[in-house]
Design a protein. Structure first.
Length: 124
């Protein structure tokens, strides 16, 4: 994942959402932030918005204790190269931490240590 940016969905400009600052909103399901990003097919990620890869997304969800609350199917299509997801948590601090991914490069790297192979989430 690269070129990670905050995304302001139109729905955030309705009475259902309160602006908490720094691209974070309080909504009906909890605190939310939407992020756009590009996948890296050369790193095993999907090629389009309709094919968002499970990894490194799954590792991001686990690390920041958030879940995806909107997949924006109208934006994530077979012709889109930019993906957009809404992340949600009952704890605003989890989203503050997740917001730290803006402008970063996020990927999974296979590490071999003591003859054991494991995957590590990398944030650069």
């Amino acid at each position: 994942m690269k070129d990670i940016k905050a995304f302001c969905a139109d729905k955030y400009n309705t009475s259902a959402y309160s602006d908490m600052g720094n691209d974070i909103y309080k909504g009906p399901k909890g605190y939310v932030i939407s992020l756009s990003f590009q996948q890296e097919p050369e790193a095993g990620e999907g090629c389009t918005g309709a094919d968002i890869s499970q990894y490194p997304l799954e590792d991001i969800l686990e690390k920041f204790l958030v879940h995806v609350s909107d997949f924006y199917p109208e934006l994530n299509t077979v012709t889109s190269t930019v993906c957009v997801l809404e992340f949600c948590s009952p704890d605003i601090q989890h989203l503050v931490a997740l917001r730290g991914l803006i402008g970063k490069h996020v990927f999974n790297k296979t590490i071999i240590e003591n003859e054991q192979r494991y995957v590590q989430l990398m944030i650069e």
